[in-house]
Ligand binder design. Structure first.
Ligand SMILES: Nc1ccn([C@@H]2O[C@H](COP(=O)(O)OP(=O)(O)OP(=O)(O)O)[C@@H](O)[C@H]2O)c(=O)n1
Ligand SMILES: C[C@](O)(CO)[C@H](O)COP(=O)(O)O
Length: 232
């Protein structure tokens, strides 16, 4: 099924501590954001990419995308203070109300086309879908004083990734409601859940990491190396 993808890349990358937005960090000589966009450039089902960038980084991104032949970038729009505001800014660029919309972090360069396909197949008018993996650690809740208050039932716990996929109408309704009610979620599915929408958990892959801290750079280099060898 054809889709448009919104790629939020307007963060600061504070936890990466790279002295610049982590989107420009080079992995095997190619900037992180370019790795991510190349995934969708190659996916036939992707009709358009809407990139959300920091206002003063738009020009640099534009030049990068042109240098790397990323022809599906339909718009680069300025983001907001929080990820949620950035996604909303991207959503406002979509004019076709019948579209399927994916939201995918600029900082996740390893999602595979077959995962995207499985995800999109689960989208309905009133149902979104997220890629996720079962957690392998035991997860506990803690108080401010760092005392355990509860051990959660692991068989019910999933670590949620992006892409997350929705009908345009459902995602727009969820973002409009969140804006109106001052609700903030840590992902887009959370906003849909907040208005009573259903979200399907689609088993993903643990390689689909989000580059968040310097530790993740080593893992990313390893994954890239492994994928290169797999192609030989
Ligand atoms: N105001 C924001 C904040 C985040 N993002 C994007 O959302 C994705 C996931 O966010 P995260 O990994 O937290 O990135 P940063 O916000 O850049 O990192 P940090 O929180 O460490 O500053 C990233 O691609 C990031 O660029 C965004 O578009 N707009
Ligand atoms: C959307 C997300 O990547 C799903 O795991 C995550 O919630 C983003 O969190 P961040 O703190 O904005 O990186």
């Amino acid at each position: 099924m054809a889709y448009t993808v919104i790629i939020p890349a307007a963060g600061q990358g504070k936890r990466m501590n790279a002295g610049e937005n982590k989107q420009f960090l080079k992995l095997q000589s190619v900037p992180l954001i370019v790795h991510t966009l190349q995934l969708f450039e190659k996916d036939e089902a992707c009709e358009a990419m809407i990139v959300v960038a920091n206002k003063d980084e738009i020009m640099e991104m534009k030049q990068l995308f042109s240098k790397h032949g990323l022809s599906k970038v339909a718009a680069i729009v300025p983001g907001g203070r929080e990820r949620q505001e950035s996604v909303y800014a991207g959503l406002l660029e979509i004019k076709k109300a019948e579209s399927v919309v994916l939201v995918h972090d600029g900082a996740r360069p390893f999602v595979r086309p077959e995962e995207i396909q499985r995800l999109v197949a689960e989208v309905g008018e009133a149902q979104g879908a997220v890629l996720a993996t079962k957690v392998t650690d035991t997860i506990k809740k803690g108080s401010r004083e760092q005392m355990v208050t509860e051990t959660l039932a692991r068989e019910e716990l999933w670590a949620v990734q992006t892409p997350q996929a929705f009908s345009y109408k459902l995602l727009k309704k969820a973002h409009d409601a969140a804006k109106k009610n001052g609700f903030t979620g840590t992902d887009d599915a959370g906003l849909v859940e907040h208005i009573g929408g259903r979200i399907r958990l689609v088993p993903g892959d643990e390689e689909n990491i989000k580059l968040t801290t310097p530790y993740d750079i080593g893992i990313a280099e390893m994954i890239l190396e492994k994928r290169k060898e797999d192609q030989l």
